[in-house]
Write a protein that binds this ligand. Structure first.
Ligand code: MN
Length: 167
């Protein structure tokens, strides 16, 4: 289990989760073309899967404040479809969703070649075993509610490789 005193964090095996993540060679041509069209670190898109309007607004405001674009889904199946269609750079995944557990969506995303390399931050309510289940499903990181904005943005930047891990 991750340490109790921390509000969240990346799982230890994150750095091994995507050996090809800094290379375009394994990506499909559509994604490569998309990457080439825009300057690095500009207008990266983050998919937010969150059913609670106030949490959605919080994530949106925080991400827009740093220049990220957002794609938004209020339930798990819409989130899954948007991830496949839009290929965002990062996914914020609430676990408690109205239609299906976010853990099932993480599992589906990580089982799909189209989406497996997209980092996922799971938003947890600290239910028993939830973090272990997130990790087992392939989630890259988690944050516990209530969300602290600065920590959220630090984790986003880290997963987007905009800062070095551990710095
Ligand atoms: Mn929820």
């Amino acid at each position: 289990m991750p340490t109790r005193e921390r509000a969240g964090g990346r799982f230890e095996d994150f750095s091994a989760a995507g050996p090809d993540k800094d290379s375009h060679q394994s990506r499909d041509p559509e994604t490569v073309g998309e990457t080439i069209r825009r300057p690095a670190n500009l207008h990266k898109r983050v998919l937010i899967v969150e059913d609670h309007p106030l949490n959605m607004k919080l994530f949106r405001v925080l991400l827009h404040s740093r220049g990220y674009d957002t794609v938004e889904a209020g339930d798990g199946n819409l989130g899954l479809n948007l991830a496949r269609a839009e290929k965002p750079d990062l996914i914020i995944m609430d676990i408690q969703l109205p239609d299906v557990s976010g853990i099932q969506i993480i599992r589906a995303l990580k089982a799909d070649d189209r989406t497996r390399n997209i980092p996922i931050v799971a938003i947890t309510a600290s239910m028993p075993d939830e973090e272990a289940n997130i990790r087992a499903a392939g989630g890259d990181a988690f944050l516990r509610k209530p969300i602290a904005g600065a920590e959220f943005l630090r984790l986003v930047r880290s997963l987007l490789r905009e800062v070095e891990p551990g710095c």
